[in-house]
Design a binder for this molecule. Structure first.
Ligand SMILES: [Zn+2]
Length: 327
């Protein structure tokens, strides 16, 4: 009898100890004095959209494949990502990733470089028809743009989209499809005068979604005045974190001949032109660089450190890109 009572008391005591431990750890964090966000960086990019990620398969070695990019973004509670590839359409890839990875939307598109026939309307039609809702973005030429080759002293025949302030007929044909299908027009690595001609024509064609690709990078190399004018015409301006990693000290060899664009300069542009005109992205994917979701967190932290408010971050990281993608 005594032995049973002892055992019962023992069980009660053990249960009580476990109950106390469990209760303390299951209390709301504020009740036990833990910081409200134990991992503050984790919350920084919740609902964010990254409009510019490079993944494998690719010609250039990449840190992650499409599936890994999507899984990492979903884990960081991001809302959507856009996969970019300089050499082939990512529309079909995006469709497949959406089937496999839940809790995130993955968009694709086509960059109009030589590998898809340059300013080739058929490539745009195919991208859109294959991708449906997820075949959304048309980039004007990047690494094969005439401007890109001239700025980086590379050989070869580059692709022009406008001359003497007027867009070329093949550019017109591409813009017509973008307008008809309500796609997103990105300017790629063309020069400032081409950007201005394209934005002006796109506006006349009633294109709703225009994004100036990494507006402050060597290409397109827009001045603040150009950026302001493009914004007034309704174009959004992309700020890419990778540009802060470029320059002589770049971890990636291929990024050493680009100029470093400091976060301080990006923040100054936001303060001058207004966050309502900007879209944040990482443009990450190179092997020595941070993972896209990690880089995005660092980018947001640094912008906040330069005096950009949370409201401004939300506009550039969530609302403006969602508006462009129609989500
Ligand atoms: Zn890129």
């Amino acid at each position: 009898m005594t032995q049973t009572t002892n055992l019962t008391n023992y069980i009660i005591a053990i249960t009580a100890v476990f109950w106390v431990i469990f209760s303390v750890f299951s209390l709301p964090v504020y009740a036990v004095g833990y910081p409200q966000f134990p991992d503050s960086r984790k919350s920084l990019i919740e609902s964010a959209i990254d409009f510019h990620i490079h993944s494998s398969p690719d010609v250039i070695p990449r840190r992650l494949d499409d599936f890994e990019v999507a899984k990492l973004a979903a884990r960081a509670k991001m809302k959507a990502v856009v996969l970019k590839n300089h050499f082939g359409s990512t529309a079909a890839r995006a469709v497949l990733v959406n089937k496999i990875v839940p809790k995130i939307e993955v968009f694709g598109g086509v960059v109009l470089n030589h590998s898809v026939g340059g300013m080739n309307r058929a490539a745009v039609e195919a991208m859109h028809r294959i991708g449906g809702k997820y075949g959304k973005v048309v980039w004007l030429p990047t690494v094969d743009a005439d401007c890109h080759l001239r700025v980086f002293h590379k050989p070869g025949i580059g692709i022009k989209v406008a001359e003497n302030g007027k867009i070329l007929p093949e550019t017109e044909a591409v813009l017509q499809i973008v307008a008809r299908e309500n796609l997103v027009l990105e300017t790629g690595h063309i020069c400032p005068e081409e950007v201005m001609a394209v934005v002006a024509r796109a506006k006349l064609l009633n294109i709703q979604n225009i994004l100036i690709t990494h507006a402050m990078a060597d290409v397109p190399g827009l001045s603040l005045k150009n950026m302001q004018t493009a914004a007034q015409m309704g174009a959004f301006l992309e700020l890419a974190f990778v540009n802060d990693l470029m320059g002589e000290k770049a971890a990636d060899k291929g990024h050493k001949n680009w100029h470093h664009v400091s976060i301080e300069r990006m923040a100054a542009a936001i303060k001058l032109i207004g966050a309502e005109h900007f879209v944040l992205s990482t443009d990450l994917g190179r092997k020595p660089d941070p993972l896209p979701a990690e880089g995005y967190k660092i980018f947001v932290e640094k912008l906040i450190g330069e005096g950009i408010s949370q409201r401004e971050i939300d506009l550039m990281m969530i609302e403006n890109p969602a508006h462009l993608l129609g989500i």
